[in-house]
Write a protein that binds this ligand. Structure first.
Ligand code: NAD
Length: 319
């Protein structure tokens, strides 16, 4: 039995159904997963299923679970260590939506820095002439520095586009040594050094014990006055209340946020009422091509079930 916790594309479902019996769950809460995984040979999840140690223990107790598939990028919703201890490989699609996320990030940077969303709202409210008369002109991005935290696939794709396309200088911090980059970028010694140097900071780290809450009061104190923060990584990387305060106090000029903690954000979430904050509903990966490539995780699930080698197995060491 292949258990699909969050429905996949028609094409992916058809491929799974050709490989075995498929059950699609109505909900993806821990109780439903724990119950279903006892009878599963494979479990396939997307973003909102939490594959905890107890879900994996139930799969192990059932004696059939051979593979967990994550259709998407970022494996923070799966306890990779528990899976490794149980000898169950976690397959995923790490390169599926690099360009989709990079493109939305570029759009968010331009949108927040040139106030596109705000202008759109206010032109509709009849403020065309008054907006043109207003001061507060923004500097061109070609004279600004982009700060990347996490120079992996997406960080690099964003940097390349912002550097080659829009002429931004790029500085970055990563916990690992980044080799050759096909664009000019300067590695700095710490995230704080990037916060202090950059006009626009864009987060591209995975959610781990190190990155959870990494942008909070202490980090924001290092940001340049009038800088911008863009988060298309994971909601819990940023502490929403201190960021909202920094925006209200004008210490930061704006923020663009694709990911929230929790999702969807409740009506009283601090960033929903923060000024100069451009919001999107965790859609950075959701281009037509990105979604198709994420659904291709089913091919690796089918490969494992058939005793073949999968293309992408998540590494528990990255946590
Ligand atoms: P990647 O693994 O290629 O790159 C992540 C980089 O972050 C690596 O170079 C890693 O060394 C670095 N890093 C890890 N911890 C760090 C830390 N504490 N400080 C500095 N750098 C650190 O991953 P990627 O493909 O670039 O994706 C990055 C993240 O983007 C994913 O993990 C996921 O959470 C998020 N994402 C979001 C969406 C969306 O729809 N909004 C879609 C895809 C991915």
């Amino acid at each position: 039995m292949i258990v699909v916790a969050e429905r996949l594309s028609e094409s992916a479902m058809t491929r799974l159904e050709a490989a075995g019996q498929v059950a699609v769950l109505d909900t993806c809460g821990e109780a439903a997963l724990t119950d279903a995984v006892r009878r599963a040979d494979a479990l396939v999840v997307r973003t909102y299923s939490k594959v905890t140690a107890s879900v994996i223990a139930a799969g192990r107790a059932g004696g059939r679970l051979k593979v967990i598939g994550r259709a998407g990028v970022g494996v923070d919703n799966i306890d990779l260590r528990a899976a490794a201890e149980a000898g169950i490989p976690v397959v995923h699609t790490p390169a599926a939506c690099t360009f989709a996320v990079a493109e939305l990030t570029v759009g968010l940077i331009v949108a927040v820095q040139r106030r596109i969303a705000l202008f759109d709202q206010r032109v509709r409210q009849g403020e065309f002439a008054s907006l043109r008369a207003e001061g507060g002109l923004t500097p061109e991005l070609q004279h600004q520095t982009l700060g990347i935290i996490g120079m992996g696939r997406i960080g690099q794709a964003v940097s390349k586009r912002m550097h080659d396309g829009l002429g931004m200088r790029v500085v970055y911090y990563d916990i690992r040594e980044i080799g050759y980059l096909p664009f000019a970028a300067q590695a700095l010694a710490s995230a704080e050094a990037v916060y202090a140097e950059a006009d626009v900071i864009s987060l591209h780290v995975p959610l781990t014990s190190l990155t959870r809450g990494m942008v909070g009061t202490e980090a924001l104190a290092h940001f340049k006055r009038g800088s911008y923060l863009v988060n298309t990584s994971r909601g819990p990387v940023v502490q929403a209340a201190p960021l909202a305060d920094a925006l209200k106090e004008g210490r930061l000029a704006g923020a663009a946020i694709d990911v929230f903690d929790p999702e969807p954000p409740p009506p009283d979430h601090p960033l929903l009422s923060a000024p100069n904050c451009v919001l999107s509903p965790h859609v950075a990966s959701r281009s037509r091509e990105g979604l198709a490539a994420m659904n291709d995780v089913v091919d690796d699930v089918i490969a494992v079930l058939a005793g073949k080698s999968p293309r992408y197995v998540a590494d528990p060491q990255v946590l």
